[in-house]
Design a protein around this ligand. Structure first.
Ligand code: ADE
Length: 420
């Protein structure tokens, strides 16, 4: 089976196929949806254009969408997150038109996005909103006739809500990230573990005893903090939101401004979604040997241009570790080029959490097919019943039973008369 594609090396397909099967074993919710989709074919005759991290877990989502009857194309949602063996297998074994090469340059990245739009998809799926943004900027004539789009990540949803506010959004979007079965698990436990995995694979650093600074205490920051503490690091949180800062203190972390943390940290990780969170003044204060990584979606959180200006030389000292020798003699280490370290230097979130995230994507596509005529060009969340259903299937797959309200309890919860 071959199809239109641009991948690094088709001879990697065999390895990719085996790894896709390995992930499948840990994606029971998606497997169940796939079995239902095979019977019901809710996506029959549609083209789904997707821009996601090209991983073994994403391959399982593609397989599920195809089972639903869709014709699927896929490009990378980040230049450094593609697993080349998976991309090859998607083309060879699954017939997915895949356009993704790990390390692709900016021009290739956008050529690949445009290759997806050339298929004139009725539904798009994004992780970071680059596909949808390109659709609105350069192919607005394609929008009428489309059913809608899904968005996977916090950063993408921030962008889409800005488009909605400006009246620029022209089709309905399902904010997959807003589902509980997405952000409470993927962002927290997925990012928590895979970010440490990326840092450790890149550097082989011992986390015990290190001052580990995390910028941002959203779900990703919270997950990362608890995992870093579990590995024996002293965790310092920087925040701009007073409620989150308070929560971090009560969770047992030190909280301080980045200007102060800069001189204390051994390892820094940005998880904010915002720009230049680590900036020139912070590099100037850092200890020699400090390692700096980003786990947010875009590579804007660390001001690399400012760091380059402070540096007299640069060299790649290990894969995904770049040493910047500063004019004053200190050395700072940027991990994964400031791109999301969990996907650049490791494999992203494990299948066990992507199972729920991608179950949301699959059900959101089905929901758009059934409901797009009723939806406006706004950002929606998936109905809570579907979110709860995903959790229930996951629990069942894990072999965990939970309690059910008795008739008496249901009546009590629905009444207001009964007090002490
Ligand atoms: N985002 C984070 N981890 C991922 C994974 N394993 N696959 C796809 N998208 C991801």
């Amino acid at each position: 089976m071959t199809t239109n594609h641009d991948v690094k090396d088709m001879s990697l397909a065999g390895k990719g196929k085996l790894r896709i099967e390995w992930a499948e074993q840990n994606m029971p919710v998606l497997r169940r949806i796939r079995a239902r989709f095979e019977k019901e074919r809710p996506l029959k005759g549609l083209h789904l254009g997707t821009c996601l991290h090209v991983t073994t877990e994403t391959a399982n989502l593609m397989w599920t969408l195809q089972a639903g009857g869709a014709d699927v194309s896929l490009c990378a949602s980040n230049p450094l997150s593609t697993q080349d063996d998976v991309a090859a297998s998607l083309v060879k074994d699954f017939g997915v038109a895949t356009f993704a090469i790990k390390g692709e340059d900016h021009k290739t990245y956008y050529n690949h996005i445009n290759a997806i739009l050339d298929f004139k998809p009725q539904i798009t799926m994004d992780d970071g909103a680059d596909l949808l943004s390109e659709l609105h900027k350069s192919r607005p004539k394609q929008i009428p006739g489309m059913m809608g789009s899904n968005e996977e990540t916090t950063t993408g949803i921030i962008r889409l809500r800005a488009m909605e506010r400006d009246g620029a959004l022209k089709l309905p979007v399902i904010a997959v990230n807003d589902s509980y079965t997405k952000h409470l698990f993927d962002n927290r436990y997925g990012t928590g573990q895979s970010t440490l995995d990326g840092i450790i694979r890149a550097t082989n650093v011992l986390l015990a005893g290190k001052n580990f600074v995390i910028a941002g205490y959203g779900w990703c920051g919270r997950g990362l903090a608890s995992r870093a503490r579990g590995m024996g690091a002293q965790v310092i949180i920087t925040e701009i939101n007073p409620v989150r800062a308070l929560e971090a203190i009560m969770d047992g972390y030190q909280v301080m401004p980045i200007s102060k943390a800069a001189g204390i940290g051994d390892i820094f990780v940005t998880a904010t979604g915002d720009k230049h969170v680590i900036d020139k003044a912070h590099f100037e204060a850092m200890k020699s040997g400090a390692m700096i990584a980003n786990t947010g979606h875009f590579d804007v959180e660390i001001n690399l241009v400012a760091l380059e200006k402070l540096a007299k030389s640069r060299r790649v000292i290990r894969d995904y570790v770049e040493e910047y020798k500063l004019k004053d003699g200190r050395a700072l280490y940027i991990l994964g080029e400031g791109r999301l370290i969990n996907l650049a230097a490791a494999e992203g979130h494990p299948a066990q959490v992507m199972d729920m995230s991608f179950a949301n994507q699959a059900l959101a596509a089905e929901y758009l097919v059934k409901n797009h005529k009723k939806l406006e060009p706004k950002v929606y969340r998936l109905p809570e019943e579907l979110d709860t259903e995903i959790a229930a299937i996951k629990l069942a797959a894990m072999g965990t039973d939970i309690d059910v309200l008795t008739a008496e309890q249901e009546k009590y919860l629905a009444s207001w008369e009964e007090g002490t």
